[in-house]
Design a binder for this molecule. Structure first.
Ligand code: NAD
Length: 484
């Protein structure tokens, strides 16, 4: 099937203004299976114009929170109805097993839409007592207003789920949006926009412009009518966005990468920790911002744990993810394939012991076998850099203090997990983690009611939860003079 995907602007489909297109390549077969419009600054201007009209004086601007909430609930029902289709769109685009997005990404998106439907009617202001105005009493109160048109820039690894994190919250707040999906995965955002139209959102509230980051993404960051950029992706692109949008005083939220530690103490429930670490390493081929790729294990059990993890890695069925029984497909793109293999090579060269992985893969497709290194240390490239592939490094430690120091010795700070049966230690170590999310005996869950985001190079701001919706508002204070 050849897919021919276009922008979705003000409820209609558009080719790029100059007619150019981007090829879509299947990571399993390496064959071109379609194309998407290669957006231009002109296309962005058209989409932002539509979003701005709705925000300023369109039907959307007249809706109250409860009405926006009802639309969000309808959209949630439609996304749930199309679970299989949406999961397949995302899975096919990056060569992932559709089982994962059916069980995780799409239900998470539905939950986010339903949670946001409730927040839409709760974005309350405050009344604030003051000393008055030159001796005259006053009443001061605040209101929460939508921040404005949002540019939502999304990566390829979990396209629907990450798009909905942004969309649900910003719609709850009354904003409008231009979504820029990743050039590799525009499908689910376009289907989501069509579902929003079916749900009854006014045309122009949700627009999608497909294309490259340095073209469409940059034009969004520079557009005078875009008030906020909500970005998920690499620190490199995040830095560029800060440079472009930040100097224009746009609000910028950044959800960036990670190198998340899993700390396994010797009293941990061994099998649970093993399963959790394997999940945190291998789900979505390791192409997950919170992948638990630094596995710090107390020395007494480190060798046994690394060997068991290597067995788990070898047991993963790798192949065409559309075939039944296959658990892991290829990584999403050629550049990613080269990057992951380069890091595996670096791990070997820098002296870590390769326990699993490195075996030959099918001739076609960007397959990487699940890879486990033992006897790694925190200075190796495989422990310092985000690889974004199914590669784990087991690093032994002796004491709790050492584990905490190693865990925090990273430029990243997205997630961390502590595996132990000692409750006091669990809380102590969780408190000491410099990370946005900490799991105790579980991989940090992504839940619609919980905040998500990182510290240090892992980002700025939080998505999810009530605070996620508030982040798309501005607080305005109004003071009324009350002469007696
Ligand atoms: P990427 O930074 O290459 O691209 C992300 C998006 O930004 C794409 O839509 C891309 O076209 C666009 N973009 C790229 N350069 C841009 C620029 N200069 N201006 C504007 N837009 C630009 O990242 P990726 O390879 O798609 O995704 C992988 C990265 O995303 C990893 O680092 C991963 O950790 C991170 N990620 C983070 C989270 C989180 O919640 N913290 C979730 C998923 C992925």
């Amino acid at each position: 099937m050849t897919e021919h995907l276009n922008h979705f602007i003000e409820g209609a489909s558009f080719e790029a203004s100059d007619g150019r297109r981007i090829a879509l390549v299947n990571p399993v077969t390496e064959q071109v299976y379609g194309s998407s419009a290669r957006g231009t600054a002109e296309d962005v201007d058209r989409a932002v114009g539509a979003a701005h009209r709705q925000l300023e004086h369109g039907a959307w601007s007249q809706l109250d929170g409860a009405q926006r909430g009802r639309l969000l609930l309808k959209l949630a029902d439609l996304v749930e109805r199309d679970t299989e289709l949406l999961a397949d769109l995302d899975a096919n685009a990056i060569g992932r097993s559709p089982v994962e997005p059916r069980r995780m990404d799409v239900p998470n998106a539905v939950a986010n839409l339903r949670a946001a439907a409730g927040w839409a009617n709760q974005l309350e202001g405050r009344t604030i007592p003051t000393g008055g105005y030159f001796g005259t009493k006053t009443l001061s109160y605040t209101v929460r207003e939508p921040v404005g048109v949002v540019g939502a820039i999304v990566p390829w690894n979990s396209p629907l789920m990450i798009t909905v994190w942004k969309l649900a919250a910003l719609l709850a707040a009354g904003c409008t949006v231009v979504i820029k999906p990743s050039e590799e995965t525009p499908q689910s955002a376009l289907h989501l926009a069509a579902l929003a139209q079916e749900a009854g959102f006014p045309d122009g509230v949700i627009n999608v412009v497909t294309g490259y980051g340095n073209e469409v993404g940059r034009a969004l960051c520079e557009h005078p009518h875009v008030a906020k950029i909500s970005f998920t992706g690499s620190p490199e692109a995040g830095r560029e966005i800060q440079r472009t949008a930040g100097v224009l005083f746009k609000r910028v939220a950044l959800e960036l990468g990670g190198k998340s530690p899993q700390i396994v103490f010797d009293d941990a429930p061994f099998d649970d920790a093993l399963r959790g670490c394997a999940l945190g390493l291998f789900v979505n081929q390791g192409q997950v911002c919170a992948a638990g790729s630094r596995i710090l294990v107390q020395r007494g059990i480190a060798d046994r744990f690394a060997a068991a993890l290597a067995d788990a890695a070898r047991a993963v069925a790798v192949g065409d993810p559309r075939e039944s029984g296959v658990q892991m497909g290829p990584v999403a793109k050629k550049a990613q394939f080269d990057r992951v293999n380069r890091y595996i090579q670096l791990g070997i060269e820098q002296g870590a012991s390769l326990l699993a992985g490195g075996e030959p893969t099918p001739e076609r497709g960007w397959f990487v076998r699940p890879t486990i290194f033992a006897n790694a240390n925190n200075d190796m490239a495989i422990a310092r850099d985000e690889i974004f592939g199914p590669v784990g490094a087991v690093i032994p430690f002796d004491s709790e203090d050492e584990a905490v120091a190693l865990a925090n010795d990273s430029k990243y700070g997205l997630a961390a997990t502590v595996w132990t049966t000692d409750l006091v230690r669990a809380h102590r170590v969780a408190a000491a983690m410099k990370a946005g999310a900490v799991g105790v005996n579980c991989w940090s869950p992504l839940d619609a009611n919980l905040p998500w985001g990182g510290v240090k190079t892992s980002g700025i701001g939080r998505e999810g939860g009530f605070g996620g919706a508030m982040a798309y508002t501005e607080e305005k204070v109004i003071t009324v003079l009350l002469p007696t």
